[in-house]
Ligand binder design. Structure first.
Ligand SMILES: [Cu+2]
Length: 148
């Protein structure tokens, strides 16, 4: 009887532990560039670190119709943005998305985003076992030149 109770307790504990193990992605310094009314596009920036090899495969936000991950690459003399389908997150390495570099782009904004607001971003991260995890991030809206 006692043994049975111990076993189910262990089982319960181990499922709690595996839930914690999945929380392997940390996001810091998330911010979004403020917009003025007619503007339908803006950029989001953050620092993301995964404890395991993983990749960022999607970002969404309830204020935008479509969200893409972009890289900036030189093409001749021009900097060009290109959509990245998945952004590799090597174990333990902090990947920085910042103005002039890789960034998240929000299209079809449903409203202007104002300085000081908090906007929710949902990140989908897939590990090398194809297990997906949702990471919810609160990004702070900063003025046009904030953080540059
Ligand atoms: Cu872009």
């Amino acid at each position: 009887m006692n043994q049975h109770i111990t076993a189910s307790l262990l089982l319960a504990l181990s499922s709690i532990c595996s839930a914690t193990v999945n929380a392997q992605v940390t996001v810091k310094e998330a911010w979004i560039r403020a917009t003025v009314a007619p503007q339908k596009v803006t950029g989001a920036f953050l620092q993301i670190t995964s404890k395991q090899d993983a990749k960022l495969i999607a970002v969404s936000s309830n204020i935008a119709d479509n969200v893409e991950i972009h890289s900036m690459e030189m093409e001749g003399d021009m900097m060009k943005m290109r959509e990245i389908k998945d952004l590799p997150l090597p174990a333990g390495k902090t990947i920085e998305l910042k103005p002039g570099g890789m960034h998240i782009m929000l299209f079809g904004l449903k409203k202007a985003v104002k300085e000081g607001e908090k906007i929710k971003l949902n990140l989908t991260v897939e590990d090398n076992k194809k297990q997906r995890q949702q990471v919810e991030v609160q990004a702070t809206v900063k003025a046009m030149n904030g953080g540059m």
